[in-house]
Ligand binder design. Structure first.
Ligand code: FAD
Length: 395
């Protein structure tokens, strides 16, 4: 007979969402909750992920409570100022459609952190907290006797009260649970690279809306910025094949003169863009979090933040239940989690989809409408505060 490993909580997927859930639960319950995380990729930084993410203020606060911020801070660049423009590239002056800064608040509304830095810090903390990290995929699961059994290939299955699918956009567990995933591809790719520049950015993020999609310049530590450059699939392919000198000229057209001479510090990396929303976030003894539950356009830099908020929300429900000595895989826990997260994620999916449609084109009527809309926001302190709140993580 095969030996069955027994845990309270098993998480499939050691990305940012999965490890954050594991750590939040473990830091509240300690020895009273055993947690295992499975991932076929071995929890190592990904060589093919150059991305940096804008970590919203509410998420940063949670990382501070988990004791992670000291380590993250070394690589974290505060965003003090955000400027949105849709001027044509040829125009010498680029007036802001909307700008907002952190002057009204005592903390920046977001920090840019390298994805691989975040992975390394989460992994180190998970090991220190006694979370079991196992290099294997979860390949199947079945419900038995008020437990769930997670299968991982030929090795012995794991027994748990609750199984969490944090296994990304192409979630195996979501599919095995028969949960439909609605959405579509945008026919756009996000090209990501790290750019060095002569002059300091002063913590300013710029989002330049161009007909092919947004071109975002996001400040990193030192004189470096991360770009998220959205192009239609065909043009993205062409740019990926371009010689460095020609590529730099294209970048200079988009950056303008403000940051001085540019250098390409990394190669371009391409990420296909899509929208996807799971019909349900839960099934019997199973919860979906992060990209397994929702994938959105990076136009507002909120996909990871949504996934981390899923992790904090599910952790709160698990901890409440465990402290009462009750079953953490019970349907009441899962329903409460789904209720907590469904509206926030659907609203953000719709918002980012509409923003992308409104901005990724050159139609004159739409230019007028968006100019009018953003002008209204710029002049109304209450509306502006609302947008700053959303950028800070939706308060
Ligand atoms: C260009 C771009 C820029 C972005 N910028 C931002 C930003 O600024 N701010 C922001 O908030 N978001 C941003 N996002 C979104 C963000 O990157 C994602 O939402 C986030 O990385 C998803 O994290 P996750 O942990 O849910 O999934 P993933 O990072 O996909 O992790 C899933 C993990 O599951 C593992 N796995 C897969 N299958 C299995 C299995 N069967 N069993 C066990 N493990 C499995 C994988 O190996 C992987 O480690 C951006 C996205 C793009 C494309």
């Amino acid at each position: 007979m095969q030996f069955i490993n027994s845990y309270d909580l098993v998480i499939a997927g050691g990305g940012h969402a999965g490890l954050t859930l594991a750590l939040t639960v473990k830091s509240a319950l300690g020895e009273n909750c055993s947690v295992a995380v499975f991932d076929p990729n071995g929890f190592e930084p990904r060589a093919n992920d150059l991305r940096a993410s804008a970590i919203a203020a509410v998420v940063r606060q949670k990382f501070e409570e988990l004791g992670l911020w000291n380590d993250l801070q070394k690589d974290a660049q505060p965003i003090h100022d955000m400027v949105i423009t849709d001027t044509a590239l040829e125009e010498p002056v680029r007036p802001a459609l909307l700008s907002f800064g952190d002057k009204q608040s005592d903390q920046p509304f977001a920090h840019m952190v390298g994805n691989n830095t975040l992975s390394a810090v989460l992994k180190k903390a998970a090991i220190a907290a006694g979370i079991e990290l196992i290099q294997a995929p979860v390949t199947g699961y079945q419900i038995s006797n008020e437990h769930v059994e997670a299968m991982h290939g030929k090795s012995a299955p794991s027994h748990a009260k609750l199984l969490v699918a944090a296994d990304g956009a192409r979630s195996t567990l979501r599919e095995l649970a028969g949960i439909a995933f609605y959405g579509w591809g945008y026919g756009q790719m996000a090209l990501v690279a790290t750019i060095g520049h002569e002059r300091p950015h002063g913590g300013r993020a710029v989002e330049h809306f161009l007909p092919s999609g947004p071109f975002a310049i996001l400040p990193l530590t030192d004189n470096r910025s991360s770009i998220v450059w959205t192009e239609r699939d065909r043009d993205a392919k062409r740019l990926m094949e371009m010689e460095t000198d020609s590529l730099l000229r294209e970048l200079e057209r988009r950056f303008g003169l403000e940051l001085g001479k540019l250098t390409l510090l990394t190669a371009l990396e391409a990420w296909p863009l899509k929208l996807g929303l799971a019909k349900r976030f839960i099934s019997e003894r199973l919860a979906l979090i992060g990209d397994a539950a929702h994938v959105i356009h990076p136009i507002a830099g909120q996909g990871l933040n949504l996934g981390l908020k899923d992790a904090f929300s599910l952790a709160t429900r698990i901890v409440e239940q465990a402290r009462l000595g009750l079953d953490i895989g019970d349907a009441t826990v899962l329903k409460a989690y789904e209720r907590d997260r469904r509206f926030d994620t659907s609203a953000m999916a719709v918002t980012t989809d509409v923003l992308n449609r409104l901005f990724s084109n050159d139609s004159m009527p739409l230019r007028v409408i968006r100019g009018f809309g953003l002008g209204l926001v710029q002049r109304s302190p209450r509306l502006k505060q609302f947008f700053i709140g959303q950028a800070a993580g939706g308060i």
